[in-house]
Design a protein around this ligand. Structure first.
Ligand code: AP5
Ligand code: ZN
Length: 212
């Protein structure tokens, strides 16, 4: 299946995309991870304000469309099934995506803003394998150590309170209109993302199975 997962920063897109990729044997295409792995790539020839993605990401601002569109275009051309996470983030990107592929399911995870701040400032990620934890909601067995691979758990550069609040503002301004744009699509489903992760997953699996 071709699955799109939408939602604000911290809604659980990464967490649930990992489940989707495993359950449906599809590629997890995530612009956030792709950019984090290429933070220092030279984008100065794309006529951008900064020379690398790093400056945009640390502040919680959007990386310019041309950079992100190229990443997604490349990733989707290699896959028939995917879960797309982190894109599109504005209406221009949504239009771009329409030229690249059709979608079977569009999931929209809904979580209230104050809960998002708590989730993001408490998030820890594994430096080695990328696994996701939360100091309170999903702690590792041993503090600071990844259960999966023994790697070190670190805090993302953009998970400080100032960047988090900016990311939520950027979401409201740029990405909320994308969700409105998909709302009347027959593949669109709202998922209550405020429930515990297992219950969110149950709802997602039911929604996807009904559409593929
Ligand atoms: P990106 O990496 O996409 O970050 P984001 O959208 O801010 O999303 P997150 O990864 O923070 O959250 P998530 O929804 O995946 O939540 P998670 O599962 O981790 O983008 C980062 C930056 O890259 C952007 O700011 C921008 O600069 C740039 N960028 C990326 N794409 C771009 C694009 N298309 N255009 C331009 N720029 C782009 O969960 C969060 C926490 O909550 C975790 O600790 C988790 O354990 C916990 N949690 C998860 N589910 C639950 C639950 N049900 N209950 C309690 N806790 C939970
Ligand atoms: Zn790990």
């Amino acid at each position: 299946p071709r699955i799109l997962i939408l939602g604000p920063p911290g809604a659980g897109k990464g967490t649930q995309s990992a489940n989707l990729a495993e359950e449906y044997d599809v590629e997890h295409v995530t612009t956030g991870d792709a950019l984090r792995n290429n933070k220092d790539m030279d984008i100065s020839d794309m006529d951008t304000e900064y020379d690398t993605p790093r400056e945009y990401m640390e502040a919680g601002d959007l990386v310019p469309d041309a950079v992100v569109n190229a990443i997604v275009e490349e990733a989707l051309s290699q896959d028939d099934g995917f879960v797309l996470d982190g894109y599109p983030r504005n209406l221009d990107q949504a239009e771009e995506l329409e030229g690249m592929t059709d979608l079977d399911v569009i999931l929209s995870l809904e979580v209230p803003r104050e809960e998002l701040v708590e989730r993001l400032t408490g998030r820890r990620v594994c430096d080695e394998c990328g696994a996701n934890y939360h100091v309170e909601f999903n702690p590792p067995e041993e503090e600071g150590v990844c259960d999966e691979c023994g790697g070190e758990l670190i805090q993302r550069d953009d998970d400080n309170e100032e960047s988090v609040r900016n990311r939520l503002d950027v979401f409201e301004e740029n990405t909320a209109p994308v969700i409105d744009h998909y709302e009347n699509n027959e593949s669109f489903v709202i998922i209550d993302g405020e429930q515990p992760p297992d219950e969110v997953w149950d709802d997602i699996e039911t929604a996807v199975d009904a559409r593929v």
